[in-house]
Design a protein. Structure first.
Length: 99
């Protein structure tokens, strides 16, 4: 959130989860339109990495809200953060590459 805000973007907490557990999901938007959803997930080597999950989910913003609500039923400890950035594709590439 700090990174996005320091670059002139907007960040807001959509759902606050448990401070010690739960998935972290980022809704990445550009000019108010969700362009991608990325999630921090455990990899095979037991390290956490950011992975884009947009292709596996719905296409429209209202559909994402419903998808996140259903996901919260399975993981009530999850966090959801919405980030509105100037260059969403660059942000996603940098975030997923950094692990």
């Amino acid at each position: 959130m700090r990174r996005v805000q320091s670059e002139g973007g907007f960040a807001t907490m959509v759902r606050r989860g448990d401070p010690d557990r739960g998935a972290i999901t980022l809704l990445v938007a550009e000019r108010g339109q969700i362009t991608a959803v990325i999630e921090r997930q455990m990899a095979a080597d037991f390290t956490y990495r950011w992975r884009e999950i947009s292709a596996a989910g719905p296409s429209g913003a209202p559909d994402w809200r419903e998808w996140l609500d259903r996901k919260a039923q399975f993981d009530p400890d999850s966090w959801v953060i919405e980030l509105d950035v100037a260059d969403a594709q660059r942000f996603i590439a940098e975030t997923t590459a950094s692990g």
